[in-house]
Design a protein around this ligand. Structure first.
Ligand SMILES: [Zn+2]
Length: 401
């Protein structure tokens, strides 16, 4: 899917700054999350990440022209243009349609040149309501039950780019009624949230998650959001805060909800306190949504995964509609348009609490969670496929088997 003409750049006598403006504009208009400028032996390759997919936009063959573009980006981000051996990171602002766009620039020297990846943060994108996250009604009610607890720990897990931040922001937005102090610790702050105190990690000057969390706890908060738990002190402090009357939300790298328990314990959380603190885990991932313009019903015998385990989960008045995108102009031939979240919600019961305190293996926790009626990511995904919202092929691509 070509969204920008690079070949015209040199022929038209366009400056590096004009090309950069066009690239940022194309990224914002198409809701790309990142702009990639990567060197290969044959020049500088330009790509956008759209709906999670790296989408090549062509290359600039001339080394001089490529370097002009790279240097322009470095200057915009106030980085050292002469530095060719060390990685660098910086920020720049851009204006698209009169909106301020925040750009996070990362520079990695490679064997061919300096690769640049720019994260595009459009803070004016409106926040989602929790109801608009796309959960089936039963799952939405389970999530609302979790986040309305007065205290305790709620974990959000999933791979990078799975929409965890969107879920957390929608949740905080719901809880932000002015009666409770809400403080977040983020890296980076992706949206400005009105009425919420947001602190940003800054490793360069030694401000990490653990030191910020210590300070946040002195600020008399009711609700704390921790962007990511990845060290022993943050893990232990988050759990302690949750058993001492705070409602704590944190994200963690784990694919399945049940695996989050072991991940947090191996990071440094005490099983006994974790058992007391943990209210639930939301595991989340994103799949591509079928294109509404060209989706066609297909026969269920064509499904590459068995669907028997979810057929009974579908409502009595619903007709299964397993579908496939033919590919059309609207979806640029891919058969997909946009993405949707899949959510696996583990709610901690007394039995699960005991298993966590005894540090039972993940498989035991998974089995107990299934007995409480938890739908797995696989099941939620198959259900979405049966409803004609995504495809089984997409599940196979995204979910571990
Ligand atoms: Zn289509």
């Amino acid at each position: 899917m070509k969204l920008i003409d690079l070949e015209g750049f040199i022929a038209a006598g366009e400056t590096a700054s004009e090309l950069w403006e066009r690239l940022v504009e194309a990224a914002v208009h198409n809701r790309a999350s990142d702009i990639h400028l990567a060197w290969q032996a044959d020049g500088l390759h330009v790509a956008l990440r759209l709906d999670g997919q790296l989408t090549p936009q062509g290359r600039i063959a001339s080394v001089d022209e490529s370097n002009r573009l790279i240097n322009h980006v470095l200057v915009m981000a106030a980085l050292d243009v002469g530095e060719r051996r060390r990685p660098q990171a910086g920020r720049a602002m851009a204006k698209v349609d009169d909106r301020g766009i925040d750009l996070r620039v990362s520079v990695l020297p490679t064997n061919h040149g300096r690769d640049v990846v720019v994260r595009v943060l459009d803070r004016t994108v409106s926040l989602l309501e929790i109801e608009a996250l796309g959960l089936p009604r039963r799952e939405l009610n389970r999530l609302l039950g979790l986040v309305s607890a007065p205290s305790g720990l709620v974990l959000i897990t999933g791979p990078t780019g799975a929409g965890k931040t969107t879920t957390l922001y929608a949740t905080l937005n719901r809880l932000n009624d002015g009666t409770r102090k809400i403080v977040t610790i983020e890296e980076p702050i992706e949206y400005d949230l009105n009425g919420i105190n947001q602190a940003q990690v800054n490793y360069r000057i030694g401000v990490d998650y653990a030191s910020l969390l210590r300070t946040v706890l002195q600020q008399d908060p009711n609700i704390i959001m921790i962007g990511e738990v990845r060290d022993a002190e943050t893990a232990a402090t988050a759990v302690r805060a949750a058993v001492t009357g705070h409602l704590v939300f944190a994200t963690l790298h784990a694919i399945e909800a049940s695996a989050a328990v072991e991940t947090l314990i191996s990071l440094g959380a005490h099983p006994h306190f974790l058992g007391r603190a943990l209210r639930g885990v939301v595991a989340q991932t994103l799949v591509r949504r079928l294109c509404p313009k060209c989706a066609e019903r297909i026969d269920e015998t064509e499904a590459v995964l068995p669907l028997d385990d979810v057929r009974e989960l579908i409502g009595p008045d619903e007709k299964p509609a397993l579908s496939m995108g033919r590919g059309c102009e609207h979806c640029h031939g891919s058969g997909y348009s946009g993405r949707m979240g899949l959510f696996e919600i583990l709610v901690v019961t007394d039995e699960l609490r005991r298993l966590i305190e005894e540090r039972q293996p993940t498989a035991e926790i998974q089995a107990a969670a299934a007995r409480t009626g938890m739908w797995t990511l696989q099941q939620v995904g198959k259900l979405a496929a049966l409803r004609g919202e995504t495809t089984i092929e997409e599940l196979v691509r995204i979910l571990p088997t």
